[in-house]
Design a protein around this ligand. Structure first.
Ligand SMILES: Cc1cc2nc3c(=O)[nH]c(=O)nc-3n(C[C@H](O)[C@H](O)[C@H](O)COP(=O)(O)O)c2cc1C
Length: 337
């Protein structure tokens, strides 16, 4: 199978971060990168069938395409109907989470602990694939606990691939199932990119996507010499501007002019007011703007002012005005040194 082109660059699923508002905002920076939803727990869809609740968890704006939904679960009874619903809603891909180490997820016996059951994972993915026409992919770790050598990883991928899965997104570190918080599990186990490259060399016919600790387009280009795709999580959230030239660098789209924040903020403003008018809490949108201008003069002022607006529960913020004072602040800083 040819690698699905969109996988060349994607934005990782992140609970409480990659909701539809954030994804909408990311489309102001990149049109081609593949976006992922937050993990949606299949059991929740199963046991809470109210249409409004499903819309809340799965609704999206067509502008978000190409868009993949990530599901969490360990039973075909909930995952298969969830996959069918996601296809009907128009998602471009369904991804199964086999990488999350949180306690809550382990109690449900899914997430990273499923890596210990490759046959089961392969069967789950096969059953989901049997029910839909869109690609069904898996996101996993290098290993879990003491099961962390290259052989374990190879066997996991070999078993799951034998049952038909072709796209593997690999967070290039293992997970400790007890003793570390999810956040620690995203920083303490070392990143071993070479393992992921080895996987691609061993299974050249599979689409292998690397994830973990990647923060620049330069690094993306380097990884793409070894694997089919790169997934970026925290750096996308903390600094969306990173994706401004991504379509050019990764997908060969024309070079864009230097980023002009005013039209971006004008689009964001329109969307923000529409959303608030429809009942969205302002803070649910505004929090996603905190990473704008990261590293630029005045960005601290922007963050500070937005944080206050969020804390005060302000339902409207004039983004262009705030930007103006951010620039003013930056100029003051420059003048006062
Ligand atoms: C706040 C947060 C929430 C996350 N939620 C999920 C999730 O729902 N599903 C998932 O597979 N990974 C989740 N992750 C892990 C990311 O998808 C990614 O694998 C990890 O952050 C490493 O990539 P990065 O270094 O580029 O951030 C989450 C990460 C963060 C920071």
């Amino acid at each position: 199978m040819q690698p699905v082109p969109a996988h060349r660059l994607s934005i990782a699923p992140m609970m409480a971060y990659t909701d539809r508002h954030f994804r909408w905002l990311m489309r102001l920076f990149t049109q081609k990168s593949l976006l992922y939803t937050e993990m949606v727990v299949a059991n929740t869809l199963h046991y809470r069938p109210e249409p409004d609740h499903h819309e809340l968890l799965l609704g999206f704006d067509p502008i978000e395409h190409p868009l993949a939904v990530q599901l969490g679960g360990d039973a075909p009874e909930s995952l298969v109907p969830a996959a069918i619903q996601c296809q009907q809603r128009g998602y471009d891909e369904i991804n199964l989470n086999v990488g999350c180490p949180s306690d809550r997820v382990q109690k449900g016996r899914f997430g990273a602990c499923l890596m210990l059951e490759p046959e089961h994972v392969g069967d789950l993915l096969a059953q989901m694939r049997g029910a839909v026409d869109i690609p069904v992919t898996v996101k996993h770790r290098l290993g879990v606990d003491e099961q962390d050598d290259l052989d374990f990883l190879m066997r996991f991928v070999e078993v799951v691939a034998r049952k038909g899965t072709q796209v593997f997104i690999v967070h290039a570190r293992k997970a400790w199932l007890s003793g570390l918080s999810p956040a620690q599990n995203r920083s303490i186990p070392p990143l071993l990119y070479e393992r992921v490259y080895e996987l691609k060399r061993h299974f050249p016919e599979l689409t292998i996507v690397i994830n973990g600790g990647i923060t620049t387009l330069q690094e993306v280009k380097q990884h793409l010499q070894h694997v089919d795709g790169v997934m970026i999580g925290r750096a996308a959230y903390q600094n969306p501007e990173l994706f401004w030239q991504a379509d050019h660098v990764v997908y060969g789209a024309p070079l864009k002019p230097q980023l002009d924040w005013l039209p971006i903020l004008a689009s964001a403003q329109t969307y923000f007011r529409e959303q608030v008018a429809q009942g969205t809490k302002a803070s649910h949108f505004l929090k996603h703007l905190l990473g704008f201008f990261k590293g630029r003069p005045g960005s601290r002022h922007w963050r500070h002012a937005l944080t206050i607006a969020i804390q005060q529960g302000q339902q409207d913020v004039n983004l262009a005005e705030l930007f103006g004072s951010t620039i003013g602040q930056a100029e003051n800083l420059a003048i006062t040194g």
